[in-house]
Design a protein around this ligand. Structure first.
Ligand SMILES: Nc1ncnc2c1ncn2[C@@H]1O[C@H](COP(=O)(O)OP(=O)(O)OP(=O)(O)O)[C@@H](O)[C@H]1O
Ligand SMILES: [Mg+2]
Length: 248
């Protein structure tokens, strides 16, 4: 089988806040079109890594290529091909759902903003609520709107930082379907989650971030091969997080 092309390559990336080292040498290779899932305990550095890769903050050392562009040099080009849905929703509560989407469609200079907005409202099941202020939306609706906003402009690579935290099971499964649809269109998804089952259901490639490094990575099956005594992905995760002594 032909080797798939990489969309993210990270070499020895490091980041500290004052004297506290968060990332102490991250190496990672993510292929085009895959669903990549980063697992790690609270405070492991998942959001930090996403923020670095999406050009929001700078690493202290190391290099990365995103879609062939150098992270520290080609910031504009990288921003053009990625989207980020942060851990905390970026929706403006005073605007309606439709207005939030229109704002982004105009910022991204879409040729047919109204069409794009209607399509997103339909895709994310928000048509009925489109003209209500988003401060009246439920958490799940706000989350769906947030992701719809980040998809405007058809990015090649999507960062989703805990896209299903706080969603009910039905909305979580709907989000999984959306993520699968995106990858079937050739988009690469980089996601973090608190739910190990989610990684198991969705991910082509899982990496566990622990104590500043990628402690292990592979497909679900690959991880089971590495940890033959583990009966579930959760046990793999716990054996890694606990084996090195948790200092947090
Ligand atoms: N701007 C900052 N200044 C100082 N410390 C920070 C800053 N941002 C993050 N940190 C610290 O870096 C560590 C990693 O944070 P990060 O948000 O990346 O973790 P996370 O894996 O996303 O956690 P969670 O699962 O809770 O979202 C934490 O200890 C956090 O307190
Ligand atoms: Mg986080």
């Amino acid at each position: 089988m032909a080797q798939k092309e990489s969309i993210i390559t990270i070499n020895n990336m490091r980041k500290s806040y004052r004297e506290v080292t968060i990332l102490s040498g991250i190496n990672l290779n993510i292929k085009k079109g895959e669903i990549f899932c980063l697992l790690g305990s609270n405070g492991a550095g998942k959001t930090t890594l996403i923020n670095i890769l999406s050009t929001l903050i700078k690493a202290d050392a190391g290099t990365a290529l995103v879609n062939g562009y150098e992270l520290n040099k080609d910031t504009k080009k990288i921003r053009h091909v990625i989207s980020l849905t942060g851990q905390y929703a970026a929706v403006d509560g005073f605007l309606t759902g439709r207005e939030n989407l229109e704002l982004i469609a105009n910022l991204r200079h879409m040729e047919n903003p109204n069409e794009v907005v209607e399509k997103m409202l339909r895709q994310f099941n928000l048509t009925d609520a489109a003209d209500r202020q988003t401060s009246t939306y439920s958490g799940g609706m706000r989350r769906r709107l947030d992701i719809a906003m980040s998809l405007i402009g058809e990015p090649l690579l999507i960062f989703l930082d805990e896209p299903t935290t706080g969603l009910d099971p039905q909305s979580r499964i709907a989000m999984w379907e959306t993520i699968r649809t995106l990858t079937s269109q050739g988009v690469t998804v980089f996601l973090t989650t608190q739910y190990i089952e989610e990684a198991e259901q969705l991910a082509d490639h899982i990496a566990i971030l622990d104590k500043g490094i990628i402690a292990t990575e592979g497909t679900t099956q690959g991880l089971f091969k590495q940890y033959p005594d583990a009966k579930s992905l959760e046990q793999v995760f716990l054996s890694i997080v606990e084996s090195k002594g948790d200092s947090k």
